[in-house]
Design a protein around this ligand. Structure first.
Ligand code: ATP
Length: 363
């Protein structure tokens, strides 16, 4: 099975080829190749129109790269059936569908959540491509892809997922055919809160890595810690950090910001493990690149005797590899989309997705 994934929800125009003999399990011989182009705002944060312009230019380029890569793999006959795929697609009678010469079996794309103008461009590209290649279209929830890539690579059966990304923050657990949102942000996404602080301080986007570098030399400054039930709030914390720079060295504020935010995420993730009785945790999203967050989660997991899996960096920040992998699972489960029902959804919640690709674990 070979699947093309396309990601274009916000800043990363990305395409990937995922090749496997069995998408239900992560295995040593599976192949994931990713090509991404990042949008770098001219100033300030992400501008939706500029980001969409980036998608318009960069999506065709990364998709071309991925299809070339898929053709090279098919010529090497990496998978059963590759011998029949050698003819160029344009040489094939357009009326025959599916066309065995297509170098991929399905086209998967990020359907949401994300910036509407970006999603629409990505969705249009995915639909056109699926039709041209004569292969099924698969709509992937971007937040579940952040989580499922960790579950897949770790080989975990039923983990709690912590998504710490730019525009979101979720703690998720699977039950009876759906991922349930056990905790989430009540306002801004966790990465956005860090980026906003960084912008106010005068640092370029994305601010997370710069804040991390400064926090290493800082002394902890107390900032508002807001966990309500299982939900977190980051907006007031980000504003308080911006104000604290007037009275404290910026390194100290960065340290306080990281300690506070990451302790909040760790607390809710731990509570989710305790309440559900599960002993596996996977992490996803760009903020999970942060070494201090990783360290806190490692300490908490070790303390609880739980297994923690943090995907390698190429699978953390937005990337099409995670879309191709979850897309392959959905495709194998028959979870494909008719073109006229494939509209994107900028508020596509992870708990709105019927989970077709995994069975209920024994309890
Ligand atoms: P979503 O996935 O929710 O749509 P997104 O596309 O903005 O949001 P990601 O690509 O997962 O999110 O992550 C980007 C975020 O990760 C940015 O906010 C960035 O500052 C943050 N980030 C990246 N590296 C680090 C780091 N080392 N420490 C903290 N934050 C980081």
């Amino acid at each position: 099975l070979r699947v093309l994934g396309i990601e274009g929800t916000a800043w990363a125009a990305s395409a990937a080829i995922y090749e496997t003999r069995d998408p239900s399990v992560g295995s040593a011989d599976e192949h994931v190749a990713i090509e991404s182009r990042a949008y770098e705002p001219s100033s300030g944060g992400l501008h939706p129109r500029e980001a969409a312009e980036h998608m318009r230019e960069a999506i065709p380029a990364v998709v071309d790269w991925a299809l070339d890569h898929a053709r090279e793999r098919a010529e090497k006959e990496s998978l059963p059936g590759d011998a029949e795929r050698s003819a160029p697609i344009d040489a094939v009678d357009a009326s025959t569908s599916p066309r065995p010469q297509a170098p991929v079996d399905a086209v998967a794309f990020s359907r949401g959540p994300g910036l509407g103008p970006c999603l629409r461009i990505t969705g249009t590209a995915a639909r056109a491509l699926a039709q041209r290649l004569g292969v099924p279209l698969v709509g992937v929830n971007h937040m579940l892809a952040h989580l499922e890539i960790g579950r897949h690579r770790a080989g975990f059966s039923d983990p709690i997922g912590l998504n710490a990304s730019g525009a979101n923050a979720h703690v998720l657990g699977y039950r009876n055919g759906k991922y349930r949102v056990l905790g989430e942000t009540m306002d801004t996404g966790v990465g956005n809160a860090i980026d906003k602080f960084a912008r106010e301080v005068g640092w370029s986007h994305p601010g997370g890595p710069t804040v991390e570098a400064h926090a290493r030399d800082g002394e902890y400054v107390e900032l508002p810690y807001v966990v309500k039930g299982m939900d977190f709030s980051f907006a007031g914390l980000s504003s308080a950090a911006q104000a604290a720079v007037a009275d404290h060295p910026v390194e100290d504020v960065c340290r306080g910001l990281e300690e506070t935010i990451f302790a909040m995420l760790t607390e809710v993730a731990e509570r989710a493990l305790a309440l559900t009785g599960r002993d596996e945790l996977v992490v996803g999203g760009g903020v999970a690149n942060n070494a201090r967050l990783q360290g806190m989660l490692e300490a908490m997991a070790a303390h609880r005797d739980a297994d923690l899996y943090i995907p390698e960096p190429r699978f953390l920040s937005d990337n099409a590899g995670m879309i191709a992998v979850l897309g392959a699972k959905q495709f194998a489960a028959g979870d494909t989309l008719a073109i006229d029902e494939s509209a994107v959804d900028s508020n596509y919640r992870p708990d709105a997705v019927p989970v077709t690709w995994r069975a209920d674990p024994p309890r």
